[in-house]
Design a binder for this molecule. Structure first.
Ligand SMILES: [Zn+2]
Length: 236
């Protein structure tokens, strides 16, 4: 079965317990000798590796790896700073913001974002789109095509996380946050409307992307009660 590795925990001397997600389950398995210098399965000791694995049941608590075949490793010849930071954000968000059954739901998007990030110099758009998918799978939907209150497509004034989307001039409250620029509103719309992680946007400058990324981090903190520690890596 094909899986994406989400986390690896050392066990005993040289074994590792791997948590991974596939298209129909999240799964935990033991890899004997994972940390041996000459392990055939050493490549599994990397978060976000995509691999074909074969497991066997034994008398251990978890199934044990029989064989593995790496489909794609996130390691590149030149691992630039923002690329590695993006991978860490994606790992932490997937691991901590989603329940096990929700991880199954995001499996294809996870594969998409890993492969897209590997082949682009611009990590911002794929990371934002992936986070928007996480929100959706957790049940947070945002209206980015019309006013969330009256449905009007005209005179959109801002995007509000608290209200759940765009707000038009006549529905604006006194205390509605109004800090999105026009470009940033176009970006948030493209991010939430993108079906695929390789969508591009002319509004996705580093400055706009970081503005929205940090809004996402605040939203995560408020709504999930979780502080994404790796977010600091991208804020440089
Ligand atoms: Zn309205």
């Amino acid at each position: 079965m094909q899986v994406v590795v989400i986390s690896v925990t050392p066990y005993k001397e040289k074994d590792g317990i791997v948590n991974a997600v596939s298209s129909d389950e999240t799964i935990t398995f033991l890899v004997r000798g994972l940390f041996s210098p000459n392990s055939k399965n050493a490549a599994l000791n990397t978060n976000l590796v995509i691999a074909d694995i074969e497991l066997q049941e034994g008398n251990f608590k978890y199934p044990v790896l029989k064989s593995s075949n790496i489909v794609s490793s996130p390691m590149k010849v030149t691992n630039d700073y923002y690329y590695l930071g993006s991978l860490m954000v994606i790992t932490e968000a997937t691991k901590n913001l989603l329940q096990d059954e929700e991880k199954v739901g995001i499996y294809q998007d996870l594969i998409d974002v890993i492969l897209t990030l590997k082949n682009t110099d611009n990590p911002w758009m794929p990371v934002l789109i992936y986070m928007a998918k996480i929100f959706k799978i957790s049940g947070y939907e945002f209206e980015v095509n019309r006013c969330v209150f009256c449905g009007s497509k005209k005179d959109i004034k801002t995007f509000s996380f608290r209200d759940g989307g765009f707000v038009c001039g006549s529905c604006l409250h006194e205390d509605t946050e109004r800090d999105f620029s026009k470009e940033q509103m176009l970006l948030v719309r493209e991010v939430f409307n993108s079906a695929r992680s390789d969508a591009e946007s002319s509004h996705c400058t580093k400055e706009n992307a970081l503005f929205l990324f940090n809004k996402f981090i605040d939203f995560i903190s408020d709504s999930y009660g979780f502080t994404l520690k790796t977010a600091a890596l991208l804020n440089k």
